[in-house]
Design a protein around this ligand. Structure first.
Ligand code: ZN
Length: 816
């Protein structure tokens, strides 16, 4: 009886406080739009709402960022829906098998994926408050899932910076410091990764944790809120061409339905906006396309402002754009999205079921084979996407061959797998695996090729028939580490091997490498094989135990040998079996470097290789003694003549004495020329224009792209006797991101393009193709005891080109 009475009182207090919910301004103590709210204050407000209206707001902490900020989701709906939330979710997911009977609309609103596009988190607070008060009728048939900040580390980097540098009152003059954020900007996350390029590759912990939640829901509608330049009017759906061919008519049409509703509100207020331009729907790793390929209506909304606008700024036409204006626009489109979704809940459900029934793609199955480590890396990605796969241990399969670009066969006798489109994630499978994405237009916002078999370095065919998997049993590699053996050997061909080596070096175990193939005790080993001898590690305490535990951790197959006497090749005692050093790494940041390209290197060392690096900023780089380091990495960027003549002379001296430069992308330009190193840039040859007719001005953009490569995949030649290419076969599929090209080196060309420059996947303009003919991809130039390693293409691009990463590991450990 007392319990009954208690719950009555509790209910009464809930409904009372729900009526008196504090608005964001009331809760925060300042009018929304007059300050940037820090992440913990945003979380406080959401927690307050969940406590005050628990029947209509549920909060989940779904993870933490690199800097330990909480990642949260708010489920907002009617009390009845929230009481049945789990049932609604399960009903909805049945629709992905075409079996459900769900009727609620599921709308997911994602804010602030780019941290310094700082308005949207503010707008989220106003939006949730309105949904709980004046617009609560939308929620009767709709569940709104709100992520107030996908990228809290980036957003706090921006808002803390702004709070430090702003004038009081804020200065609208665009020249004031508060409108110039500098190199460490808040757009990207802690590791300077762009989280809006990471939905498909899931290299970042924010994406990994969020996608687990996303896959539990697979919403009907997903909005990713952004900002663009200060002078741009608002952008909303429908998106620009090209659209990926898998996008359904309904997905196209509903973007128009939504856009028209937004336009109604914008027209009434006299606000400017545009649609159908700039933001296309192709590259699968965005917050609009990824949800689309999972059955949603995925959209990007763009407000003018970004990290430049602050609390207020004068625009090019002399108006003042304030944070309050920016909030009003994102607030309007957010609510309008929920409104239209609520009005069309039945249609959204029908079409979602239809999307998941329609899987009549040309290729039914993708068959892959390769090194176990590489297959495992791919499997781990597929599992994060809830994509099903099966193993194949034998058989011969026909189809489109990725290696040749035409029809062929793939024979499997072990280490094979199959991924089919006949599954709830079938559309995503097609988009990620198909050999060549069909382009309805070559003018796109991003790269045009990403096919996973190329990215993971696997042999593959795309088959028009459905192939069933074979049951296999996971074989655990035997780390046959017999104590007292003469040496322990292990192969070198994957990032797992590089991680294994990094761990051994950090533990103080001495490791040698084979620069020649050899045979011992009847087994053959390739270049790059790691040789760990008893003799080298006699003074290492617990040598065998440590080796055993590291081998187990990295699932390494270790061969123990009783002798160092080889059947062919060099004996282990030979002076040509050299010790791998434990290099001290310096990486340049700031100044001429690109934040994203720097971030990829930073993340590679700390989160992929687990090996220490020293970050040296451009601001004080000239005061650092380079001789304290073995390797200097120059990330891609805009260098121009970054090094003067004296500095180039100093660099050369350091290299001759054993230093190693890894020059990536645009940094190569700082090293070429008369006073520099040996590398030579290729110029675009005058295109022969047979017709010689003047081109109309309106076509200038299309003319320009003839000289462009927008992320395309090329088949390149590999000299795997070059230490930079240990562990690779005779060719390599490189993702080329631009048309910069360099002539072959005198020797040391590890990876290069020959004459044929037809891309296997993606777009390359005719003039660009001529320019990159017979050009260097990766190579080594020796000077004295040191080397310069050139990386024209970027094997660490967005952290997803798995098969390129070993080149980078080779540059660190194998090249000496
Ligand atoms: Zn953005």
């Amino acid at each position: 009886m007392t319990r009954f009475l208690f719950s009555l009182i509790l209910l009464a207090s809930i409904s009372l406080s729900a009526q008196q919910l504090k608005s964001p301004s009331e809760f925060l103590g300042y009018e929304l739009g007059t300050q940037f709210t820090r992440h913990h204050e945003v979380v406080d407000y959401y927690e307050y709402l969940a406590e005050s209206a628990p029947d209509r707001v549920q909060l989940t902490v779904y993870g933490k960022t690199n800097e330990r900020r909480p990642l949260i989701l708010a489920y907002v709906s009617s009390a009845e829906n929230l009481a049945n939330l789990e049932t609604i979710r399960q009903e909805h997911l049945k629709d992905t098998e075409g079996a459900g009977n769900s009727s609620k609309a599921i709308v997911w609103l994602s804010y602030n994926v780019h941290g310094n596009e700082s308005v949207s988190t503010e707008a989220s607070m106003k939006t949730i408050y309105e949904l709980l008060t004046k617009k609560s009728s939308y929620l009767e048939n709709t569940v709104v899932i709100m992520d107030p900040c996908i990228n809290p580390d980036g957003r706090d980097r921006y808002s803390n910076w702004y709070n430090q540098y702003k004038n009081t009152p804020y200065q609208v003059d665009p020249n004031s410091k508060e409108h110039h954020e500098g190199w460490w900007s808040g757009r990207s996350n802690h590791y300077m990764f762009d989280l809006n390029r990471d939905w498909a590759w899931l290299t970042q912990i924010e994406s990994q944790q969020r996608l687990k939640m996303f896959n539990q829901w697979l919403p009907h509608v997903h909005v990713d809120f952004h900002e663009q330049g200060v002078n741009s009017p608002y952008y909303f759906a429908p998106a620009a061409e090209p659209y990926h061919e898998v996008i359904t008519d309904f997905q196209r049409d509903f973007q128009v339905t939504l856009g028209r509703n937004h336009a109604k509100y914008f027209d009434a207020n006299g606000w400017f906006y545009f649609t159908k331009e700039v933001f296309d729907l192709l590259y699968p790793s965005y917050g609009d396309t990824y949800p689309i390929y999972n059955g949603a209506i995925g959209m990007t909304y763009e407000q003018g402002g970004s990290g430049q606008a602050g609390l207020g700024i004068v625009t090019a036409i002399g108006d003042t754009l304030t944070l309050k204006d920016r909030i009003a626009h994102h607030f309007t489109t957010g609510l309008s999205t929920v409104e239209v979704s609520s009005q069309n809940a039945e249609k959204l459900n029908q079409e979602f079921r239809k999307f998941h029934q329609n899987k009549d793609f040309k290729y039914k199955s993708y068959v892959l084979k390769g090194e176990k480590d590489k297959l495992d890396a791919l499997k781990s990605l597929l599992e994060k996407h809830n994509i099903e796969y099966g193993d194949l241990t034998s058989g011969s399969y026909k189809g489109h061959s990725y290696g040749s670009g035409s029809n062929g066969n793939l024979s499997i006798n072990k280490n094979g797998m199959v991924v089919s489109t006949d599954q709830p994630k079938g559309t995503l499978v097609k988009v990620l695996f198909e050999p060549n994405a069909k382009l309805s237009d070559s003018l796109t916002y991003d790269i045009t090729a990403w096919s996973l078999p190329y990215a993971y370095g696997l042999d593959a065919i795309a088959s028009t028939s459905a192939i069933t998997s074979q049951n296999t049993q996971e074989t655990v590699p035997s780390s046959n580490i017999a104590s007292g053996s003469y040496a322990y050997l292990t192969d070198w061909n994957s990032m797992d091997d590089a991680r294994f080596l990094a761990a051994l070096l950090k533990e103080g175990i001495r490791v040698r490498k084979a620069d020649h193939p050899f045979t011992i005790e009847g087994r053959s080993f390739e270049r790059g094989t790691l040789i760990i001898t008893k003799g080298d590690n006699e003074n290492k305490e617990d040598f065998i135990l440590t080796l055993q535990s590291i081998a187990t951790k990295f699932k390494k197959d270790i061969t123990s040998t009783g002798t160092g006497f080889v059947d062919s090749g060099k004996d282990f005692g030979s002076s040509s079996i050299r010790m791998i050093s434990k290099p001290k790494i310096a990486v340049l940041s700031g100044g001429p470097t690109s934040t994203l390209r720097f971030g990829e290197i930073w993340h590679f060392f700390e989160q992929q290789l687990h090996y220490p690096l020293t970050v040296i900023d451009d601001e004080y780089a000239d005061r650092v003694d380079l001789y304290e380091y073995d390797v200097l990495v120059l990330p891609d960027g805009r260098y121009g003549n970054y090094f003067n003549e004296d500095e180039l002379t100093e660099l050369k001296g350091w290299v001759r004495k054993g230093g190693k430069i890894i020059a990536m992308g645009g940094s190569i330009d700082a090293l070429d020329g008369e006073k520099g190193f040996g590398i030579q840039k290729k110029k675009l040859e005058e295109a022969e224009n047979d017709e010689n007719t003047p081109q109309p001005y309106k076509d200038w953009e299309r003319e320009r792209i003839k000289g462009a490569i927008t992320g395309a995949i090329f088949k390149t030649k590999v000299d795997n006797s070059n230490p930079l290419a240990y562990g690779y076969g005779s060719d390599y599929f490189s993702l080329k991101l631009g048309s910069s090209a360099y002539a072959y080196l005198d020797n040391g060309n590890a990876v290069y393009l020959e004459q044929n420059t037809k891309p296997f996947s993606g777009f390359a303009g005719v003039e660009a193709r001529k320019k990159i003919s017979e050009s260097l991809i990766f190579g080594i130039e020796n000077h004295g005891r040191g080397q310069v390693i050139y990386m024209v293409d970027n094997p660490l691009f967005r952290g997803f080109w798995e098969n390129g990463k070993l080149f980078f590991a080779n540059a660190i450990f194998m090249v000496d």
